[in-house]
Design a protein around this ligand. Structure first.
Ligand SMILES: NC(=O)c1ccc[n+]([C@@H]2O[C@H](COP(=O)([O-])OP(=O)(O)OC[C@H]3O[C@@H](n4cnc5c(N)ncnc54)[C@H](O)[C@@H]3O)[C@@H](O)[C@H]2O)c1
Length: 432
C-alpha cells in the first residue's frame, strides 16, 4: 500500500514540482542534471569541487556531452544551480549520487567517495526523500553500506524515505544514445523504493527497467561492463593469434559479423581505457574474493587487455627495426591519446602505457590529440603537438592509438613508418 510519502513524491513527479539533487556533477551527473531540467524539474547540484560549481553557475559546461549552449539556458532560467554547501541536501526530494568509484593502488574498490556522499546525505536526511546511488559499485553497496548510515536517522526505509540503486549507462561521445534514450535499470530496497524511483525518473528517461533488488541492479551494470571487457579481451587475443598465423584479423572479424545471429562484433585495439571497462569488473572480482570465489573470466580478460600496449610497442619497435632504426633515440609520434574516439577523457587510456613503454625503451615521444591539448598523468606531463607535414615527417614512426574522426589520416600516411592499432587507415581507404 502506498505511504503518504510515496504518494507525495509521485505527485511531485507528475507535477514536476520535485527538486532533484545530484551529488557529483561530472561525466554522469551533469548529463543527468540536464535531462532532469529538460523534463521540467528544478535541479540542485552538489559537488566538492568549487571550480565545477562555479563553472556550472556561470552556465559553462566542463562536460563534452552537455554543451554550454545547452546548459546555459537552464542555469539562466534557474532550473539548474550548483553548490558546495552539502548541508543543503535537505532541500531536494530526490538525491542521485554519481561520485567516482576508482580502484585503490592494490586494485581493490575505493568506495570512499560513496561513503563521504552518503554521510553528507545522512546528516540532513528527512522524511519524504528518495536517495538513488548511480555510481558503479559491487553488489551489496546500497544495502550494506548506505542503508545502515541512512537508517541512523531513525527514519524507516520504504516508508519515510526511499533508497534505490540505478546504474548510469552513459556512453560519452555516443551520438545516438544518451541519458534520455538509454533504458535505465532501477532496483529499490523495497518495492515502494523502486516505484518512487521509477516515478521520479520517468519524465526524464524514455524507459525505466525495474528489477527486484538493488543487488540485481548493481550486478546488471557489472555484467554489462564485464561482458564488454571479456569480449574485447577475446578479440584482442584473436588479433595476437591472427598475427602469429599471418591472417588478417579484421577480415576474419568482418566475415564472422556477416552471421546474422549468435555473433556480436567487437574490435581489437590498443587495450581498454576510461572510468568503466578497466575498473568495474574488478569491483565484482573483489566482492567474489570475499566469498572465496575467483572470477576467472574477469581476470583473464583484464590480463589480455592490459598486455595490448606492450604488444603494440613491439610492433613500433619492429617498424623502426625495418627502417634500420633503434628504438633508443628514435622519435615516435602518438596520434590520439584519449581512451576512445572523439572524446576528451584520458583516464586509464592505453595511450599512457604505450607512451611510458616507448620512453622506457629510450624513444622520444610526442603526441597529437585534437581533444586533449595537454595532460598530466602519473608524472607524465605532455602537450599536444600540431599535426603538420613537418611534425609527421620528423617522426621515425607514427602510432595511431585513438581513431578520432578529425585527425588528418592522409597526412599521417606520409610518415616514414606507421603502426595503426585501430585499423583506421584501411577503413579510411575503403578497404574494410
Ligand atoms: N564516465 C562514464 O562514462 C561513466 C559511465 C557509466 C557509469 N559511470 C560511473 O559513474 C560514477 C561517476 O563517474 P563520472 O565519470 O561521472 O566521474 P567524474 O569524476 O566525472 O565526476 C564525479 C564528480 O563527483 C564529485 N565528487 C566527488 N566526491 C564528492 C562528494 N563527496 N560530494 C559531492 N561531489 C563529489 C567530483 O568533484 C566530480 O566532479 C562512477 O561510479 C562511474 O564508474 C561513469
Amino acid at each position: 500500500m502506498a505511504t503518504n510519502y510515496e504518494q507525495q513524491l509521485c505527485e511531485k513527479a507528475e507535477r514536476r514540482t520535485a527538486v532533484i539533487g545530484i551529488v557529483g556533477l561530472g561525466y554522469v551527473g551533469l548529463p543527468l542534471a540536464a535531462e532532469m531540467a529538460k523534463a521540467g524539474y528544478t535541479v540542485l547540484g552538489f559537488d566538492v569541487s568549487q571550480r565545477v560549481v562555479d563553472l556550472i553557475n556561470a552556465g559553462t559546461s566542463h562536460v563534452q556531452d552537455v554543451p554550454t549552449e545547452r546548459l546555459k539556458p537552464f542555469v539562466q532560467a534557474g532550473k539548474i544551480s550548483a553548490t558546495t554547501d552539502l548541508a543543503r541536501m535537505r532541500e531536494p526530494d530526490c538525491i542521485a549520487i554519481a561520485v567516482p568509484t576508482p580502484l585503490s593502488k592494490t586494485r581493490d574498490p575505493d568506495v570512499s567517495y560513496i561513503v563521504a556522499a552518503t554521510e553528507s546525505v545522512a546528516r540532513s536526511l528527512r522524511a519524504g526523500q528518495l536517495i538513488v546511488l548511480e555510481s558503479t559499485t559491487y553488489p551489496g553497496t546500497t544495502r550494506e553500506l548506505m542503508l545502515p548510515a541512512l537508517e541512523k536517522s531513525g527514519l524507516t526505509v520504504g516508508k519515510d524515505f526511499f533508497l534505490a540503486f540505478s546504474p548510469e549507462r552513459v556512453d560519452p561521445g555516443n551520438p545516438r544514445y544518451n541519458t534520455r534514450n538509454t533504458p535505465k535499470v532501477v532496483g529499490g530496497i523495497t518495492p515502494a523504493c523502486t516505484r518512487v524511483a521509477e516515478a521520479l525518473y520517468a519524465p526524464a528517461i524514455e524507459r525505466m527497467v525495474p528489477v527486484s533488488s538493488p543487488e540485481a541492479a548493481e550486478l546488471v551494470k557489472l555484467l554489462e561492463n564485464t561482458f564488454r571487457s571479456v569480449n574485447i579481451g577475446l578479440v584482442n587475443e584473436m588479433a595476437v593469434v591472427c598475427d602469429k598465423l599471418g591472417v588478417d584479423v579484421w577480415e576474419v572479424i568482418d566475415a564472422a559479423a556477416s552471421k546474422p545471429f549468435g555473433f556480436m562484433k567487437f574490435t581489437p585495439g590498443p587495450g581498454v581505457g576510461g572510468h568503466c571497462i578497466p575498473l568495474d569488473p574488478h569491483y565484482l572480482a573483489w566482492k567474489m574474493r570475499t566469498l572465496n570465489y575467483r572470477t576467472r573470466f574477469i581476470e583473464l580478460a583484464g590480463e589480455i587487455n592490459a598486455e595490448m600496449p606492450e604488444y603494440w610497442v613491439t610492433k613500433v619497435v619492429d617498424a623502426l627495426n625495418d627502417a634500420s632504426k633503434a628504438a633508443r633515440g628514435s622519435s615516435v609520434l602518438v596520434a590520439g591519446v584519449a581512451y576512445k574516439k572523439d572524446i576528451d577523457d584520458i583516464r586509464e587510456s592505453p595511450a599512457l602505457d604505450i607512451i611510458r613503454l616507448l620512453e622506457r625503451r629510450g624513444a622520444h615521444v610526442t603526441y597529437h590529440d585534437p581533444f586533449i591539448p595537454e595532460f598530466t598523468e602519473d608524472g607524465l606531463v605532455m602537450r599536444s603537438v600540431p599535426l603538420t607535414p613537418e611534425t609527421v615527417r620528423a617522426a621515425d614512426c607514427v602510432v595511431i592509438v585513438t581513431d578520432h574522426t578529425t585527425i588528418d589520416y592522409a597526412l599521417l600516411r606520409q610518415a616514414k613508418a606507421i603502426v595503426d592499432t585501430r585499423h583506421v587507415l584501411a577503413r579510411k581507404s575503403g578497404a574494410r
